[in-house]
Design a protein around this ligand. Structure first.
Ligand code: FCB
Length: 450
């Protein structure tokens, strides 16, 4: 069976990681602009002021993506570039940039997948309490309305948020991402609730303005998988996949997806934090659970799980020498089979893999090329598992690879290279890596060559 004939193959980026032009053409500040100014926050002390200079070089990047054969490209819009204060006055020059980009993508035959928010929160709103402010859902919905009016005719697929697990969990709980301030659980739960409300309000706006567009969102997860395919291990993996670990309260699937797709918070969140949960107003859950057209799921890895023989689950210890990526993330191809399968079962939604990829210590070799066999092997293994899920009837609509060009990898700065395209950050030269050519062949064959 394999992948559908109209399968989407493409790449993904995020505004702050590639655009640069951080102080250009009226853009406002984001929490990432300010976080990078603090000593000790970014591994190599760098920032995204220039990054891949995509703001100026976008046409070159579109041409390269066309060369790889993408029929889809997922990117995010910088909220403070469009509305410098996050709320109120609109920056036309910022909108002009996305206008040009969208036209150029359509011209190159790529379907745009637009993420409204991939972490670069307007600093002006942060100063007004950010996601704790009761108006914060409304601010986001108004931003969505501005985009819908000016760019909506070309925003075919739209995702409200990228990885709330990270911008709330890593930003305000673990405090390793912007703004990097640790808040108590009652405040972070309130932020989560406001993010969910913001999502729901924005979906209402987009649905009304853009009846032709497909709407979804793009959370992440640890896609745990069963050690063996015994019914006990499968059930144990399912349990682990949807569980909430109080050691990392925001890094889970159900706190985020259950309200949106099932219209209720998971019971475990009340078991853990009942007394700290924010007030849930009568209409809130209905606002949050607006029907969506798809679930965009980011999946990088997970953990092997087995039954503990007592109706629970346990993590299977990895063997010495287990393969890890450049980012020290485990290589777990089965995540791309079991992740979509478990998610489709629970949420009954079509699924796009909206991120998956690998950091490798890529270098330009003497022959001027970038040989990245590990990335090819990673892709090959993961895509085989994804195809198996499609063969089993999971409704998978596309695979979008993180990332297009190497870029500014958040708190890791420029120390990680995730791209299919090598980027020299001094000269802005781009070189297609071997994996880009391999991916091109795979796209041409719609995955039947795997
Ligand atoms: C994801 C982020 C993306 C990038 C990859 C490596 O969590 O969404 O921006 O950093 O990880």
């Amino acid at each position: 069976m394999g992948f559908r004939d109209d399968f989407f193959w493409g790449g993904v980026t995020a505004s702050y990681q590639i655009e640069g032009a951080a102080y250009k053409d009226g853009k406002g500040l984001s929490v990432w602009d300010m976080f990078c100014k603090q000593e000790g926050r970014i591994a190599d002390g760098r920032n995204g002021d220039v990054a891949c200079d995509h703001y100026h070089l976008y046409q070159k990047d579109v041409d390269l993506m066309r060369e790889i054969g993408f029929n889809a490209y997922r990117f995010s819009i910088s909220w403070p570039r469009v509305i410098p204060d996050g709320y109120g006055a609109v920056n036309e020059k910022g909108l002009d940039f996305y206008d040009r980009l969208l036209d150029s993508l359509l011209e190159a035959g790529m379907t745009p997948f637009v993420t409204l928010f991939h972490w670069d929160y307007p600093y002006a709103l942060f100063r007004r309490g950010g996601w704790m402010n009761p108006d914060s859902p409304k601010w986001f919905a108004e931003y969505a309305a501005v985009l819908a009016k000016r760019l909506g005719d070309r925003m075919k697929y739209i995702m409200t948020f990228n990885e709330p697990q990270c911008f709330i969990g890593l930003g305000y709980d673990e405090a390793v991402h912007a703004p990097g301030i640790r808040f108590p659980i009652w405040d972070t739960l309130l932020m989560a609730h406001n993010v969910l409300l913001a999502h729901g309000l924005a979906i209402q706006v987009l649905r009304a303005e853009l009846p032709e567009s497909e709407l979804g969102w793009a959370p992440t997860c640890s896609a745990h998988y069963p050690e063996t395919e015994s019914p006990e291990d499968i059930e144990a993996a399912r349990m682990a996949f949807f569980d909430i670990d109080p050691e990392r309260s925001f890094w889970n699937v159900t706190l985020w997806n259950d309200p949106i797709f099932l219209g209720e918070y998971p019971k475990k969140i009340f078991d853990l934090y009942g007394e700290h949960m924010p007030e849930i107003k009568p209409d809130d859950m209905e606002t949050i659970s607006q029907p969506l057209d798809f679930l965009g799921q980011n999946i990088y890895n997970g953990h092997a799980i087995r039954s503990d023989g007592k109706g629970g689950y346990e993590f299977v210890q990895r063997k010495p020498g287990y393969p890890y990526t450049g980012a020290k993330w485990p290589v777990t191809p089965k995540s791309l089979y079991w992740g979509p399968k478990f998610l489709a079962e629970r949420y009954k939604s079509p699924i796009f893999i909206t991120e998956n990829g690998v950091s490798c210590p890529d270098v330009v070799s003497l022959d001027g090329k970038v040989h990245d066999p590990d990335r090819i092997d990673f892709l090959h293994r993961y895509l085989l598992e994804l195809r198996r899920a499609a063969d089993d009837g999971v409704d998978i609509r596309g695979y979008l690879h993180w990332c297009v060009t190497d870029n500014f990898e958040w708190a890791k700065g420029f120390t990680e290279r995730f791209g299919l395209i090598y980027c020299d950050f001094e000269t802005q030269e781009r070189i297609l890596k071997d994996s880009a050519y391999w991916f091109r062949e795979t796209i041409r064959a719609n995955g039947n060559n795997l």
